[in-house]
Design a protein around this ligand. Structure first.
Ligand SMILES: Nc1ncnc2c1ncn2[C@@H]1O[C@H](COP(=O)(O)OP(=O)(O)OP(=O)(O)O)[C@@H](O)[C@H]1O
Length: 303
C-alpha cells in the first residue's frame, strides 16, 4: 500500500513552548484519517507541517515518498486557516481569482468544484451574504481546486448544523471512494467523525497517544456484560457448553467480559444458578466513543 505521508520523530517548538513532541504518524493511500484532540493539543500544528506551511523543529516528513519536494506539496489541497475571500466578489469570482493566482490551467475546475460542493445556487451571490456553512463549503471547494491527491482539512465541520455535517461527510466519502482521494482531517469532537474516518489518531498535549482503525475503536467501545463469580474457570465452561457463548474475555483480575450477548443476562444468571455458581456481580457495560476518548486523556494526564 502506497504511503502518502510519513512523519518521523517530528517535534515543533514555538519559542520555549513545545507544541509537538516525537510524533510518528503514517497515512496510507485511500485512508480518511481523523486527528482528534482538545483545543491546543497540536492538531493545526501537525496539519500545517504536513502542508508545508511551517517547518518542524526536528524530525522529517516524507510526502509521496519524497523529502522536501515542492512537486509533492503541489499534490496537496488544504483548508487550515479560513481563506481570505473577497466579500464583494461572488463565490465563483473568488475561486476564479485563486485559480489564476495559483496558476491552475483548467478553467472548468471552478465550475466543477462549485458543483461538487453543492454551491451552484450560490455561485453568483456575493461572499458577504454566504451562511457559515456555505463559507465552509467554499473553503473546501478552494482546497479541491487543484484536483489534489491528498486533502487536508482543519476542523471542516466546525460550526455546521447536523444537516451540513451530513452533507460534508457524504461529499468527502464520495471523493474518497470515487477519486481515491486520501483525506486527513481534524476535530475536537470524535463522534462527528465516526461515520467518516477509517483511522483515528488521538493527540493530547502535543503527543500522539493512540492510533486505531475505526473497527478497532468500535470493538473497544462495543457493549459487553461484566461478570464476576467465585469460580471463573467453571463459569466459562458453563457459558461455552450450556449457552454456546464464545465471545468472551477473562481479565487478569478474573472478571469475565462477554461480548455480543447483551440480552442474555437473565439466561446467564439462570444457567449459573442451576449449577450453583455464586454470582458476585453481573452488569451491562458500554462506552461511547467520546467516553473512550475522555478516559484515555484522563489516563494520559496521570502519566
Ligand atoms: N504561531 C504560534 N506561535 C506560538 N504558539 C503557537 C502558535 N501556534 C500554535 N501555538 C501553540 O501550540 C499549541 C498547539 O496549538 P494548535 O493550534 O496546533 O492546537 P489545536 O489542537 O489545533 O487546537 P485548536 O483546536 O484550538 O485549534 C498551543 O499551545 C498553541 O498555543
Amino acid at each position: 500500500m502506497e504511503t502518502i505521508v510519513n512523519l518521523t520523530n517530528i517535534s515543533k517548538n514555538y519559542g520555549k513552548e513545545k507544541a509537538l513532541a516525537t510524533i510518528n504518524l503514517s497515512i496510507s493511500k485511500g485512508a480518511i484519517y481523523g486527528l482528534v484532540g482538545q483545543n491546543g493539543a497540536g492538531k493545526s500544528t501537525i496539519l500545517r507541517l504536513i502542508a508545508g506551511q511551517s517547518a518542524p523543529s526536528s524530525g522529517n516528513i516524507q510526502l509521496f515518498g519524497t523529502l522536501n519536494s515542492a512537486a509533492a506539496r503541489r499534490r496537496i489541497g488544504s483548508l487550515i486557516e479560513q481563506p481570505a475571500f473577497f466579500p464583494n466578489l461572488s463565490g465563483y469570482d473568488n475561486l476564479e481569482y485563486y485559480r489564476i493566482q495559483r496558476g491552475i490551467p483548467e478553467k472548468e475546475r471552478v465550475a466543477d468544484v462549485i458543483h461538487d460542493l453543492g454551491l451552484s445556487h450560490y455561485a453568483d451571490k456575493k461572499f458577504q451574504h454566504y451562511s457559515i456553512g456555505n463559507q465552509q463549503r467554499l473553503g473546501i471547494a478552494l482546497a479541491l481546486l487543484s484536483n489534489p491527491d491528498f486533502l487536508i482539512l482543519d476542523e471542516p465541520i466546525n460550526g455546521l448544523d447536523p444537516f451540513g455535517i451530513a452533507e460534508i461527510r457524504r461529499l468527502l466519502l464520495n471523493l474518497n471512494q470515487r477519486k481515491h482521494l486520501t483525506i486527513l482531517l481534524s476535530s475536537h469532537i470524535l463522534p462527528e467523525l465516526e461515520h467518516l474516518i477509517n483511522q483515528v489518531g488521538f493527540l493530547h498535549q502535543g503527543k500522539l497517544i493512540e492510533e486505531l482503525s475505526m473497527a478497532e475503536l468500535q470493538a473497544k467501545c462495543q457493549g459487553h456484560i461484566e461478570l464476576k463469580t467465585t469460580r471463573p474457570e467453571e463459569t466459562l465452561a458453563i457459558l461455552e457448553e450450556k449457552l454456546n457463548i464464545s465471545h468472551y474475555q477473562l481479565l487478569p483480575d478474573k472478571t469475565i467480559h462477554i461480548f455480543k450477548a447483551q440480552k442474555w443476562i437473565p439466561i446467564i444468571i439462570k444457567a449459573l444458578n442451576d449449577d450453583q455458581l455464586q454470582i458476585l456481580s453481573i452488569a451491562e457495560k458500554s462506552q461511547t466513543l467520546e467516553d473512550y476518548f475522555l478516559e484515555m486523556i484522563g489516563g494520559a494526564q496521570n502519566d
